[in-house]
Ligand binder design. Sequence first.
Ligand code: ADP
Ligand code: MG
Length: 414
Amino acid sequence: MQPLLLLRWRLCTMLAMSKLRSVKDVDLEGKKVLLRLDLNVPMNAEGQIADSTRIDKTLPTLNYLLEQGARVIILTHFGRPKGEYVEELKVDKIAVALGDALGRPIDKLDACCGSEVEERVSHMKNGEVLFLENTRFETGEKTNDPVFSKQLAALGDIFVSDAFGVVHRSHASTVGLASYLPAYAGLLLEKEIEILSALLEAPEKPLLLLVGGAKIDTKVGILEKFLELADVYLIGGGMGNTFVCSQGYEVGESLCQRDKLEMAKAFCESAELKGKVLLSLLDAVAIKGEISEDAKPIVVDLDQVTPDMKILDIGPKTIAAFKEKIAEAATIVWNGPMGLYEMEAFSEGTRAIAKAIADSDARSIVGGGDSIDAIKKFGLSFDQFTHVSTGGGAMLEFLQGKELPGVQVLMESK
Ligand code: ADP
Ligand code: MG
């Protein structure tokens, strides 16, 4: 079977045979709901929440549960404490911020399981919210240990997952809980799956895939999977450096994944054979020496890059070429910044491209922590995009047709 047909077939059978069990399909009055959220919010240098997108996006489910008279027990991970208690990774500030967003204070406990938590939970009233401590303080979380899952499950009557950002991980609080409690999808998770499924099933053409950023390993797969579905590929950021390097261009000391050059080259050949449009860097904003706010940006054509340079952004010719393609697209999927957007001198590529997508009439789907951060930094509104996904890795895996364990456990046929 052709890869595209296979992908569609897999999706159609997956969706036809097994629908997500929705939180809307269950009587919630008086139920103790273990609600898994992804509140792994970014913090600034002062230890304050830098971006509250993830908090705001959980409110519809939370409000719905409370309106229905549920008793809500919130679970989230935060950072990478590696199964140990880490003072700086306690979730107190997140609980306060969520309470502010919700418009009422939320009681936060200092553990996520154990007798004290059980005791407190047993006294909960309808419409009350409790926030438990970072699930990743427990070794059993990331190993999906049944003992830990059972301990968590003992706290509630049902499990609701609204943590789309972590459904590609098989952890106790994303997957394990579903073995011991009836499991349902929250409203945000449902919406993510609905929009991304529709994109895969019948995308309006031409479909443009714009990829950038630093995590080349995690993004290579989507390029290949989209070989049938996409019509145009635009590749910038560190990923773009790898692609132009695979075509024999000098990229000097730029971020470039040299062990992926063969793969990049093979992909370019396949795309050409299939008659796809593939554009990467035509020119660049580069520096010589160390990366800093004071580094002097030099605009160079691609064939003028020297071995002592670092490419930190796409150049004006690339921006113009990318914008032309964006204007012609009917559907745009974007993941990953075009350059080191965190520094003003190297942010123009990402800014111009983000704005072009925001201004276009195409259906636009954006995912990835840094891409979303860039949108906010440039003062663009989420409303200017069709869908801003709360999952970076999870969105890419879903679009590649991979089974997401945290979604599988919420399917009706399970
Ligand atoms: P996302 O979070 O949107 O999925 P990634 O995490 O893959 O994106 O990549 C974002 C990071 O890539 C940013 O920190 C950005 O500065 C960096 N980046 C992009 N292009 C370059 C480049 N040419 N050189 C160095 N870093 C880059
Ligand atoms: Mg990132």
